[in-house]
Ligand binder design. Structure first.
Ligand SMILES: Cc1cc2nc3c(=O)[nH]c(=O)nc-3n(C[C@H](O)[C@H](O)[C@H](O)COP(=O)(O)OP(=O)(O)OC[C@H]3O[C@@H](n4cnc5c(N)ncnc54)[C@H](O)[C@@H]3O)c2cc1C
Length: 518
């Protein structure tokens, strides 16, 4: 395999975590690996709600931390919640300086939205639902102008080199559909910022590139993975046959839209006192149950919004129009969709993984902030806080020179692209057996299917990465014999106080469990 040595810090990924880390590291030399043109392929650019931070004088980081702990259902690390919520404000101020055009009040304050399970209005936003796109636009502009950051587009990582227990390099291939022979790039430090895992599910809100590749890569190298079983399902993805499924944002329910089924019944009234505004996992399970019963759950905006829906929620209206639905005249079919992975590469407070030489930030990391259920808009916040902490830790621990020559990669043909049929089967299995409602037999079946799919292309690294992540999610879900937050077991419906701790699993342990089933 061709080998390339660089004095740069290698950042895998190009979402919010990666961009913010690279800017924090400047002027230290960085090379950023982006499979797509910057700004495309990242969940960050799709975020609609905004970033949670106690910006109002009447609010406090303590209240934000309390809400985070409550949403996390008993497994949030209080030290992490305290640290992240305390640092939140300074990151909003920094993003503002970097050019993020947050909505402002006439008096110059931040316009703050209130989201589910927050006790205060504390989500800073941009032009209603454009937070992710606009923050990314501002940071990309900065990154493009920053001389110390080299961005390589059209390339993706598929494996890590480990030498005597230390991460020393990353194997890269062309991101074109036909792939390429790999090149081993050895940097002075390696930061994983490759996003979440929800695209491993057939019904998902995540961009197609976000399939747990980077988590799987770290796990294959031996990193400990924390909280893998906790996947958050968004209750109201639009069930219109698009992959990924467009979001019917929670704000629609905030405006009074109701959930009905094919019989016209408002089923949430019997499920929770807050009905449509119940916590995300409760609504997701109710929608899933209606779907399973063949009752076709739908979001009805007609009485609450009428014709206003097109003007206030242009993204939702556009998705409806693409699919021949008129939300002014008819309800929108919805389904629960995999949305956010609370689990990931276990990190310490400085974003260090359990493998020396490897740091992680953003959704691919598991810091202990989210527990069993992420509080709305804490995802972007965690990416910001840990991107900076990881960058600062790298600057202290890695042997970095002040400048470095640009990396040059010329890929030769070769490699084993992932078979689309195999990917489709894996995603269907995850949705059917490792989804909203889980039970032991289904999880065991899923683990057997994942093993069989893995055996079909045993030298395809892209497949091995995603089957590693799928194995870890299913194995951790099988091992957690209780229901907690987003993890619901029909065979263990109660929360067990004895299980109120985070899970930590290596791929070797998850595979050993898988092997007992075959
Ligand atoms: C529709 C939607 C709405 C959301 N709304 C909100 C919200 O309002 N507030 C909030 O806090 N959170 C929200 N989230 C979650 C939030 O957007 C993500 O958690 C966050 O953006 C993750 O940032 P990241 O940098 O870790 O990953 P991403 O932004 O997903 O970036 C990951 C990067 O890694 C790259 N990558 C993937 N695989 C590889 C590989 N093998 N090699 C190299 N690069 C790779 C990708 O191409 C991408 O550039 C939302 C998510 C979605 C999908």
């Amino acid at each position: 395999m061709e080998e390339v040595q660089t004095d740069r810090i290698v950042i895998v990924g190009a979402g919010l975590g990666a961009l913010y880390a690279a800017l924090t590291l400047a002027p230290l030399p960085v090379v950023m690996i982006s499979p797509d043109p910057l700004g495309q392929g990242a969940s960050s650019a799709w975020a609609q709600g905004g970033v949670a931070a106690a910006m109002d004088a009447g609010d406090s980081p303590e209240a934000h931390a309390r809400d985070t702990l409550r949403a996390g259902a008993g497994t949030v690390d209080p030290k992490v919640a305290d640290l992240v919520t305390r640092e939140a404000r300074e990151h909003i101020l920094d993003l503002t300086t970097l050019g993020a055009p947050f909505d402002r009040t006439a008096e110059g304050g931040y316009v703050l939205s209130r989201e589910a399970a927050h006790s205060f209005a504390r989500v800073v936003r941009v032009k209603g639902d454009q937070a992710g796109a606009e923050i990314m636009r501002a940071l990309i502009e900065r990154v493009r102008r920053c001389a110390s950051i080299q961005v390589i587009e059209g390339v993706m990582a598929e494996g890590l080199e480990v030498t005597e227990g230390q991460v020393t390099g990353v194997r890269l291939v062309s991101a074109a559909p036909e792939g390429s022979a790999p090149i081993l790039l050895r940097g002075v430090a390696h930061l994983m910022a490759g996003g979440g895992s929800s695209g491993l599910y057939a019904i998902t809100t995540n961009p197609p590139r976000i399939r747990g590749q980077v988590l799987g890569m770290a796990a294959r190298a031996g990193a400990v993975i924390a909280d893998a079983e906790f996947v958050q399902f968004h209750p109201t993805a639009m069930d219109v046959g698009e992959d990924p499924a467009p979001l019917a944002t929670e704000a629609l329910r905030g405006e009074g839209a109701v959930l009905i089924n094919a019989e016209g019944a408002r089923f949430m009234l019997d499920v929770h006192p807050d009905a449509e505004l119940a916590p995300r996992d409760v609504v997701a399970r109710a929608i899933f149950a209606q779907g399973q019963a063949g009752k076709r759950p739908m979001l009805d905006t007609r009485a609450a919004l009428g014709a206003r829906v097109t003007e206030v929620f242009p993204a939702v209206s556009a998705a409806c129009a693409r699919n021949g639905i008129d939300p002014v005249a008819e309800p929108i079919p919805v389904a629960a969709a995999a949305h956010y992975h609370m689990g990931g590469i276990a990190t310490d407070l400085d974003g260090r993984s359990t493998l020396p030489g490897l740091w992680a930030c953003g959704e691919c990391a598991s810091t202990g902030l989210h527990g069993a259920n992420r509080l709305a808009s804490n995802g972007l916040l965690e990416a910001l806080v840990y991107a900076r902490r990881a960058a600062q830790s790298i600057a202290v621990h890695a042997k970095i020179k002040d400048s470095a020559a640009p990396v040059e990669l010329v890929f030769a043909p070769g490699g084993t692209p992932l078979d689309p049929e195999t990917l489709a089967r894996l995603r269907q299995t995850m949705t059917a057996k490792v989804g909203v409602l889980r039970e032991a037999e289904g999880l065991k079946d899923a683990l057997r299917t994942i093993a069989a799919l893995e055996a079909q292309q045993p030298t395809c690294e892209s497949l091995l990465n995603i089957t590693a992540t799928a194995t870890l999610i299913a194995a951790a879900a099988l091992l957690r014999e209780e229901s907690r937050g987003a993890h619901e077991r029909s065979d263990f419906p109660a929360t067990d106080p004895a299980c109120a701790s985070r899970s930590r699993l290596t791929l070797a342990e998850a595979k050993a469990l898988r092997e007992t089933l075959t």
